[in-house]
Write a protein that binds this ligand. Structure first.
Ligand SMILES: [Zn+2]
Length: 281
């Protein structure tokens, strides 16, 4: 588990300790369709499995820190229990891709959680109503996809969280009890929970929703933008109790749609609030 192992030695998709932090700090989903990916590297299943184990542990691996790891922090969730699986889709920068996905989810009796950016809801208020009507859940992902660290400014945190909430409620025309926040770029929740962000989230009655399986950093960032590869990966690697991080990109959406029959047959595909009911600890 060499912390100095760098991208030059990596031959297959995956997250490695040496580049995990850089990926996390630099992670920002492009707001328009991304440029063509670099060539897909050769895939070695053994290396892929190892990288998955490391990616999963990465959220809770001990590091030099003052506080507990994010997943051990009260108010942060990373994993539920089988047979539930929570599919989560972030950003929604390409909202026109969503309707076929929603139809497939609903046909499969599945519900998902969408961490769309608030400004997308401002531009597409009908999307808010569509998601809620389909039984899906909305989570706060800030108004502008703002990375809230390394120097949290309470005024910006408040404006971003409340701006998202206002965008949702204006679109719905009624209050929406938001229970989940997901930090853009994972900022503030890489090695330990940022206390200021966590407190702002708690004050609004929300918890922080991270994940166990990160399709973006495991495949997308490695140049894998092939729906069939995404689908095969989901079929092979999703386990009961997991929270899956996907994005609204053409290959993630199409990959999820192709994997859906298999996932729906093996798991209960639920929203985060179904996985963690409000009265649960
Ligand atoms: Zn995001």
């Amino acid at each position: 588990m060499g912390i100095h192992r760098g991208p030059a030695t990596i031959r297959s998709p995956g997250i490695f300790p040496g580049n995990l932090l850089l990926l996390l700090l630099g992670a920002r989903w492009p707001e328009t369709a991304p440029p063509p990916g670099r060539p897909v590297p050769d895939e070695d299943p053994r290396v892929l499995r190892q990288s998955l184990r490391e990616a999963r542990r990465g959220l809770s691996r001990p590091r030099r820190r003052a506080g507990p790891p994010p997943c051990a922090t009260p108010g942060v969730v990373c994993r539920g229990s089988p047979p539930m699986v929570a599919l989560t889709f972030d950003d929604c920068f390409l909202p026109h891709l969503m309707e076929p996905l929603l139809q497939d989810l609903e046909a499969a009796g599945a519900r998902a959680t969408f961490f769309c950016v608030g400004r997308i809801f401002r531009a597409h208020p009908e999307l808010v109503r569509r998601l809620v009507a389909g039984g899906h859940e909305l989570g706060n992902h800030t108004l502008h996809h703002r990375v809230l660290t390394p120097h949290p400014d309470p005024a910006i945190i408040d404006a971003e969280l409340d701006g998202w909430q206002r965008a949702v409620e204006e679109a719905l025309g009624q209050p929406y009890p938001t229970r989940w926040f997901r930090p853009p770029g994972m900022a503030g929740f890489t090695t330990e929970a940022d206390p200021e962000i966590l407190e702002a989230v708690r004050r609004r009655g929300m918890r922080v929703a991270l994940w166990t399986l990160d399709i973006y950093r495991t495949l997308d960032r490695q140049g894998v933008r092939d729906p069939e590869r995404v689908a095969a990966f989901l079929r092979e690697h999703v386990r009961g109790g997991e929270i899956i991080l996907l994005h609204i990109s053409s290959w993630n959406v199409e990959g999820a749609r192709r994997a859906l029959p298999d996932l729906a047959a093996r798991f209960r595909l639920v929203t985060l609030s179904e996985m963690f009911p409000p009265d649960a600890p």
